[in-house]
Design a protein around this ligand. Structure first.
Ligand code: ARG
Length: 565
């Protein structure tokens, strides 16, 4: 934030501390009555052999005439800086205006590639709520890195390989009916897959049959490959329907199967480096030094596993994309798996293993069990999305029966409400799913922020004056100043979100921005006739800037705005 930077620049000329050191100790007072930034002088007491209040008043004399400050106060060992509001507001407004709707966008990632792997559901299995969590977080991170100028590659590491496909093929051959499957593919495939397990309990030879089918799949047998391809196609078609609803897209769907012919290389590399040990017939890499169980590379029957495919995928990605960062947005229960594969890669001598990051997230809990579960216990994602849209539509219809594009608005708000819920807290926290708080138009929710945006847009539509030139000395109240300060924080919210791979920084930012906006809006009428035109212009310019930034921030979360609601 440049307030701090400016002050640090001034103070470092006067004392024996560097600008960076100063930046670290400066504070934002809890109440803006105590200034915009405070510098605690006791930091210097030892060095200068003086009492903090003394240091504060000495510094005050040297700095107080600076025009950038409205005033500077020495209070109890603190130096409190009050900025010149008009100048600050003017400079932020200019920056927003010059950014053409992309305030705080940067080029810091130019020329560097970030891979964000997210969603990654399993073929012929339901796309469940955990995959939605991954999709929401990954989609947001991808947008954040793109905003920072990185070349972002969005990867969907589909679970489309493994011994379970032998079972599915066996099940299909026994009980599958294509016409039935066509109507509701994932659900039907799941049904016959479950039946396979039930039957195999009674008739263990089914397991051998499945193993044979998987082997023939691995050997590229035409018929089994065609079946597998069919399962993959119908599943992907369903997944894409959900992605379309969410406004999510991918640059690659190279899933586990893609690495089938790239696994021997992994085994060879690890063998060559002398890392492979035998353990009960399996080939493993020991990771005792990290206090982590060995990573299995080949099972005793010679088959590769999930981990082998992930190692192959990482090697491939490095070669193909030469990434700066390789991010995996996958639930926290898989933390050990990622620890193991990153460690194996590092042991094999690839230092870029340190640029691979597992971005975990918590569980989703359904306390009220009010979700429609037409598929038994599994919560189907599409049902959740549709339910959210329907509930939003009911609310809108109730509030505003004559609204024209109700369905479209309800879709954007209903989907936004869900995405917001996943991005509201630090991602490792579990989520408690509650329709009431998700769709609370006045609470901490997407509809609240979207509504603030729509409110601002409606004022701008109704105003009849040109506010492109405004005098911001007419908009320096506490509420206006707080609003502009909050607008100005967008850049640091983005940096924090990227540094920690935590979209919730953006979420918290935009919610606070909406709150500041509503405070301003509720205190200062804009279009009323007793407000003079010059004041109107300044306020309208604030509204315009705020709506632009809300829109950009929501987009970084994957949430769309509506012009009225
Ligand atoms: N398909 C897996 C699952 O549903 C997630 C894949 C995560 N990505 C990876 N590279 N292992 O649990």
């Amino acid at each position: 934030m440049e307030h701090k930077e400016y002050i640090a620049g001034r103070i470092c000329e006067l004392v024996d501390m560097t600008k960076d050191e100063l930046m670290k100790v400066m504070e934002v007072p809890p109440d803006s009555k105590m200034g915009d930034i405070a510098f605690p002088c006791f930091i210097l007491a030892k060095k200068m052999r003086k009492a903090p209040p003394m240091i504060a008043s000495e510094l005050l004399e040297k700095i107080k005439d600076d025009n950038a400050f409205e005033k500077v106060e020495a209070v109890g060992g603190y130096l409190n800086f009050f900025f010149n509001r008009k100048e600050f507001i003017e400079s932020v407004m200019k920056k927003v205006k010059d950014s053409n709707g992309e305030f705080a966008k940067s080029q810091e990632g130019k020329g560097k590639t970030v891979l964000v792997e997210y969603s990654s559901p399993n073929i012929a299995k339901p796309f469940h709520i955990g995959h939605l969590f991954s999709t929401a977080v990954g989609n947001s991170l991808a947008r954040i890195y793109a905003y920072l100028g990185y070349d972002v590659q969005r990867l969907n590491h589909l679970g489309d390989w493994g011994t379970q496909f032998g079972k599915l093929i066996s099940a299909y051959k026994r009980w599958g009916v294509r016409e039935v499957i066509e109507k509701d593919p994932i659900n039907e495939l799941l049904k016959i897959y479950v039946k396979f397990h039930e039957e195999a309990e009674k008739e263990p030879s089914l397991e051998d049959e499945a193993r044979e089918y998987f082997k023939s799949l691995e050997n590229g047998d035409k018929e089994t490959t065609e079946l597998w391809q069919y399962f993959r196609d119908v599943s992907l078609k369903e997944f894409k329907r959900v992605y379309d609803m969410l406004g999510v897209s991918f640059d690659s769907y190279a899933g586990e199967s893609f690495y089938g012919d790239k696994m021997q290389e992994v085994v060879d590399i690890l063998d060559e480096k002398g890392l492979i040990c035998e353990s009960d017939g399996a080939k493993v890499v020991m990771l005792d030094e990290l206090n982590v169980p060995p990573c299995i590379i080949l099972k005793s029957d010679g088959a590769t596993i999930y981990a082998t495919r992930d190692i192959a995928a990482a090697l491939y990605r490095k070669r193909e994309y030469d990434f700066e960062k390789n991010i995996y947005v996958v639930g926290t229960p898989q933390a050990l798996h990622f620890k193991q594969i990153f460690a194996v890669i590092k042991k094999a001598g690839f230092d870029w293993a340190d640029n691979c990051t597992h971005v975990g997230f918590g569980l989703v809990k359904f306390p009220d069990k009010k979700l429609s579960t037409r598929h038994g216990d599994v919560v189907f994602l599409e049902d959740v999305l549709n339910e959210s849209i329907q509930k939003t539509l009911d609310i809108i219809t109730n509030n505003n029966p004559d609204m024209e594009n109700k369905e479209e608005v309800a879709t954007k708000i209903g989907i936004g409400a869900i995405l917001y819920t996943f991005l509201k807290n630090s991602r490792e926290k579990d989520i408690v799913f509650s329709w009431d708080s998700m769709l609370d138009f006045e609470g901490e929710s997407a509809p609240y922020v979207q509504y603030s945006y729509a409110r601002g847009r409606s004022i701008l539509r109704r105003c009849e004056i040109d506010y492109s030139e405004a005098d911001f000395s007419l908009a320096t109240s506490d509420e206006e100043y707080e609003l502009v300060k909050q607008i100005n924080m967008f850049g640091s919210a983005i940096s924090d979100a990227a540094a920690k791979n935590e979209p919730f920084y953006i979420n918290r930012y935009v919610t606070n921005l909406a709150r500041c906006f509503n405070k301003f809006y509720n205190n200062y009428p804009i279009l009323k006739s007793d407000v003079d035109d010059e004041t109107k212009k300044a306020r309208l310019a604030l509204v315009d800037a705020t709506t632009q930034v809300i829109k950009s921030a929501l987009l970084l979360l994957g949430i769309e705005t509506v012009e009225s609601m």
